[in-house]
Design a protein around this ligand. Sequence first.
Ligand code: SF4
Length: 372
Amino acid sequence: MNTRELLSRFHAVASDPRGQMKKYLEAGERVVLTAPVYTPEELVHAMGLVPMGAWGADMPLEGAKEYFPAFICSVMQSILELGMKGVYDGASAIVIPSLCDSLKCLGQNWKYAVPAIPFIPMTYPQNRWGRVGTGFTRAGYERVIADLERATGAKFDPAGLAESIKVYNAHNAAMRRLDEALAVHAEIGAAQRSDLFKSAFFMKKEEHTAWVEELLAALEGEEPGAPKIKVMTTGILCDSPALLDIFDDLGLHIAADDVAAQSRQYRTDCAETGDPLDALAEKFAAMGCCSVLYDPDKKRPRTVVEQAKARGAKGVVVALTKFCDPEEFDVPFIKRECQAAGLPVALVEIDRQMVNFEQARTLLETFRDVLE
Ligand code: SF4
């Protein structure tokens, strides 16, 4: 397959998660939904179940409004809406982590709004370090395992987890190499870049790794396209096709990202030695530079600047999910750090219900003119 064909394959999966889920169900697999952010997918995978990312969808909200106030993020609302509309029918359970207040509400509402799909909470500690922090995380994982066994009948085995950790580490490594390649290959547009990351949530990681390796091999044999204006994105999500088309129309090349649904997922590997459950808890402790992870030193803004500079980005686009408190708290720090480093910042507010991005287009047009 050539690069164009490989990219279309990723697009087909990214744009049809229900179709992908159906394929697994028809093949006799059991699917477990994993809500953002940092759900311990390795546990699901280790039990022979298929983890399927549930990050919501761009759609109007109806039923979910009966459960949520209007001022809660549309990521949560659209996950519940999809559940209520039957889009996740056939899933054996949903694992929802407790990393922000909205996520805590989602779990509680899910129990009543979508009773057919059991809700499994993953309760993370705020202070995730040291014996107490990792012990708390490990206890959370044990609870998830027990709930998964009850909901699916599958059995947990530490040796299986050790194997799954290797699969996830290999995927992390492939995604980091892909991210580096995308920083050079300006001909791959913002929407195509998003497909590469988004498809990972809807495929078994070993299958996604194989596809990514194939794409990397194809790209190695190709001359990168003409350079465009490099920018870096940061936020929780940046996958709206209408918004990404604007990047492409304006010749803005996403050369790096600090997006929770994209590169943030792949920064931290898990140790492949020792007790695998402890190793997974240590992996969570080692994660950082993310709005939903407690960080008294606020290292994220510095990391954004360093990464943007290292990739030659001329500016930073903050894709701010409306009503996302954790991200809103970080924005002033990111702006201050970028301004001090001479990096212009554009803030685009996004919402899964948005259909008109003309305001964002005008803003990004002006931003592009500033960067030129
Ligand atoms: S982190 Fe932000 S976008 Fe994600 S669930 Fe919480 S409020 Fe919503």
